[in-house]
Design a protein around this ligand. Sequence first.
Ligand SMILES: *[C@@H]1O[C@H](CO)[C@@H](O)[C@H](O)[C@H]1NC(C)=O
Ligand SMILES: *[C@@H]1O[C@H](CO)[C@@H](O)[C@H](O)[C@H]1NC(C)=O
Ligand SMILES: *[C@@H]1O[C@H](CO)[C@@H](O)[C@H](O)[C@H]1NC(C)=O
Ligand SMILES: *[C@@H]1O[C@H](CO)[C@@H](O)[C@H](O)[C@H]1NC(C)=O
Length: 355
Amino acid sequence: MSALRTLAFLALFGVSSSQTSDCSYVGLLTHLNLTTTNDLLATMRPVKVWTTPSLVQLDMLLYGILEVDEKSQTVTTHIWVETRWTTEYLTWNPNDFCGINMLTVPRSTLWLPDVEILEDSIHRSSVVNLYPNGSVAGTARERLTSTCRLNLIMFPFDTQECNITFSSMTSDGNAIQLGSVNTDKALTYISEQLMVTKGEWELVKMEILSFNYSKTTLNKQKLTYKVIISRKPMLYVINLIIPLLYFLILDLASFFISEARGEKLGFKVTLLLSISVMLLILKDILPSTENKLPWIASYCLAIFTFVGLSVLEAMLVGYLYDLDGCCSMTAQSPADAQVDILVEDDNHKGKVSPK
Ligand SMILES: *[C@@H]1O[C@H](CO)[C@@H](O)[C@H](O)[C@H]1NC(C)=O
Ligand SMILES: *[C@@H]1O[C@H](CO)[C@@H](O)[C@H](O)[C@H]1NC(C)=O
Ligand SMILES: *[C@@H]1O[C@H](CO)[C@@H](O)[C@H](O)[C@H]1NC(C)=O
Ligand SMILES: *[C@@H]1O[C@H](CO)[C@@H](O)[C@H](O)[C@H]1NC(C)=O
């Protein structure tokens, strides 16, 4: 019995001893010299020849468009960013380590490219993934409030372009080159699938633009994700455009209200007040900094002016009417007065024509 137990123990020990050093993460960490804090790895760009540039590949997915603030011209989005680069010192053969093909280590142990979003600052997760070929991948999920110049001339049928630009803060194009892992079409497709909240906005597409720019003497590289979003205009059509059109039609229809009743002026003034309320709503949406007037503002203004003029017209007609009413003292009601005027006219004509 004890012999059997010893045998089993030996067998177990034999199996484990042949694998302990290779199958655990510790073994791999020891092989990579990451068990003790290795400051050199964290401070220096991990290339064997200093002139070799490090290619930093980025993938950005759009998880949601949380808010577009027309007044302050900012866009709040939910994004996911994967950054990938290569460290030439940390490579291993997965076959030597039971096929371990990915290792997760704290960010602080490795050199990180200082690539940031120019429109905002970003905070990343505290660990990165290490691959056998020396590839390192770090991901971040962020709520990003970025500046974006909105073009509101076509509001609410507008399409906006916002730039999210990644750039290294200190290194130039000779040290860090920027690229992307996936194509912009693939990223647009995945973003559309993942997007949870869109609000009143719809993602049209994302474009990846890469270019060099020189700031003082440094020749820097920028990777720009151009996010193109379009507004769903239905709410504004229902809340602003159609009611205004109805007000205009009502105003035109009010010409049929009899002058005699005296309600016409009151009705038109009510319409004017309703349009002022619409203008107040519009004032809350649109920024006052816009150079060119958005067409919807012109539309509101035109209708306001038209109704305003028609109120003036109603006043004038009322005044002229009263003027006529005052001179035919016999008239009991304005309708009678009108008849009197016609009769007078006829009499007058009758007197003149024989001459
Ligand atoms: C780890 O350190 C040892 C001794 O300093 C060295 O021989 C070995 O090449 C290092 N391993 C790696 C992967 O750098
Ligand atoms: C390194 O390995 C990762 C994961 O398998 C792969 O996605 C990447 O393309 C590889 N990089 C290179 C430079 O071969
Ligand atoms: C986005 O970047 C491109 C390329 O630099 C530029 O042409 C465009 O005007 C930018 N758009 C905005 C809204 O800043
Ligand atoms: C930017 O500069 C780098 C190195 O200076 C070069 O390899 C790359 O092709 C340039 N990219 C563009 C778009 O000009």
